[in-house]
Write a protein that binds this ligand. Structure first.
Ligand code: SAM
Length: 411
């Protein structure tokens, strides 16, 4: 039975859920009310119990561990009449695609988000364009039920060579499948005139983080012709290659994984115009690389630090925020007095202010007290902007740290 032919079922919502839905927050997380949600209905009509008022049309997700339903509409007209889900889906998908066309993204990169979940009113659904292929990522399991409709709608507008589907965050397994039955794919993709090797289904991620693409562009003025760059947690080297392309010299990439650093070398080899001599790698924990570089009296004009939300130094695991207690003073020791340090945090559980406060505290208790300032914020933008008021979608946070006495260079 398709969702459009199933009648939605009413469900009382927690007063806090009612309040947040009205403020634009699109998730109903597990609480005493969600325990009473019906199990086998696609749509729910969320009811404010106190006022006996129907306030939202939700999509039910009983199998999800935390997010039990996601907002589909706050407009009563959408559930007063018979719900034509496929038509609503088509309109929302087309509007997401049009938005991307207006950004003209395809002029500068072959990888971008065609659909970015809640901010495109398609909750729990990400669709990435990777050259001529599409990767659909489900963060909500109900998308599986309407997969055929979704694919047909995408195919109406796009000329797609292959469609991959990945279920994310359910059991942390790779679980990528293609609709044609292929199990793996390798191809070269271009971002900002740089080639990258993409490997679908060889590892959990496929070789380039597209949510960072717009941020990379914003960082361009700081990396252009830099005399040196330290790229910590480099993965397959997108930042290193981007800086190489911009004429930066003496680039050091650090990653715990030999596999990813080998992939980084493959990426450099795909770009004959890049000077491989300007790049070297250190295969070790970032913490150890920092000690080594400090012992060598190294210094860098730019440092990028983009740790995973929980990282291991090979022995113990710690959260990215906690690991900055050790990393930040060490990075400041290596930062040129006119340099730029970019620190990232990849989690929605810590707000911008908490991240900034923590960094300030670390600085204030270090030898760099009163000497550095935290400036510009680097946020998810363009094709993967977060929905206003939905802090879970605003998961990627970057801050620029500079010395207060930095000579002002007009960028
Ligand atoms: C989120 S990815 C970084 C993405 C990269 N900045 C980019 O934009 O392409 C995290 C990387 O950190 C590496 N890693 C994890 N723990 C590490 C550690 N303690 N030291 C160095 N690298 C680590 C992983 O192997 C992975 O490649």
């Amino acid at each position: 039975m398709s969702p459009s032919t199933k009648a939605p079922v009413k469900a009382n919502l927690h007063p806090a859920s009612c309040k947040y839905l009205k403020l634009g927050h699109p998730w109903i997380t597990e609480d005493s009310y969600t325990k009473r949600f019906p199990q086998n209905t696609f749509f729910l009509i969320g009811v404010d119990e106190k006022n006996r008022q129907e306030i939202a049309l939700l999509i039910n997700d009983p199998e999800h561990k935390k997010v039990k339903a996601r907002l589909w509409s706050l407009n009563p007209e959408d559930w007063k009449k018979e719900i034509n889900f496929k038509e609503m889906l088509r309109l929302r998908v087309f509007s997401s695609l049009e938005k991307r066309e207006k950004f003209n993204l395809s002029l500068e990169r072959e990888n971008y988000y065609l659909i970015n979940g809640e901010s495109d009113f398609l909750p729990g659904l990400l669709v990435l364009k990777l050259k001529n292929q599409i990767l659909i990522q489900y963060y909500a399991l109900f998308w599986k039920e309407v997969e055929a409709d979704l694919i047909a709608i995408l195919q109406e507008k796009l000329n797609i060579e292959e469609i991959w589907i990945q279920e994310r965050n359910f059991n942390q397994q790779k679980a990528i499948r293609s609709i044609s039955g292929k199990t793996q794919s390798e191809f070269i993709l271009n971002e900002y005139n740089i080639n990258y090797q993409i490997k679908i289904n060889a590892h959990y991620d496929f070789g380039i983080y597209t949510d960072m693409s717009a941020i990379r562009k914003l960082m361009r003025p700081y990396l252009e012709n830099a005399q040196s760059l330290l790229n910590l947690y480099s993965y397959t080297g997108a930042f290193s290659l981007f800086a190489l392309k911009l004429g930066a010299k003496n680039i050091v990439s650090v990653d715990l994984s030999a596999k990813y650093l080998k992939w980084l070398d493959e990426n450099i080899a795909l770009n004959s115009d890049l000077n491989a001599e300007s790049h070297s790698s250190l295969c070790m924990p970032s913490e150890k690389a920092l000690e080594k570089l400090i012992a060598q009296n190294a210094s860098f004009e730019a440092i990028i630090c983009d740790p995973p939300s929980a990282s291991s130094d090979g022995h113990s695991t710690s959260s990215a925020l906690k690991s900055y207690e050790n990393l930040l003073p060490q990075m400041l020791k290596l930062l040129d007095s006119n340099g730029s340090l970019f620190v990232f945090l990849n989690t929605h559980t810590i707000s911008w202010n908490k991240f900034e406060e923590k960094l300030k505290q670390i600085i204030e208790t270090s030898e760099f007290k009163n000497q550095v300032m935290i400036g510009k914020r680097f946020k998810l933008s363009d094709d993967c902007q977060a929905l206003k008021g939905f802090h879970e979608g605003d998961y990627l946070k970057g801050l620029l740290i500079e010395f207060k006495n930095k000579l002002k260079v007009v960028k």
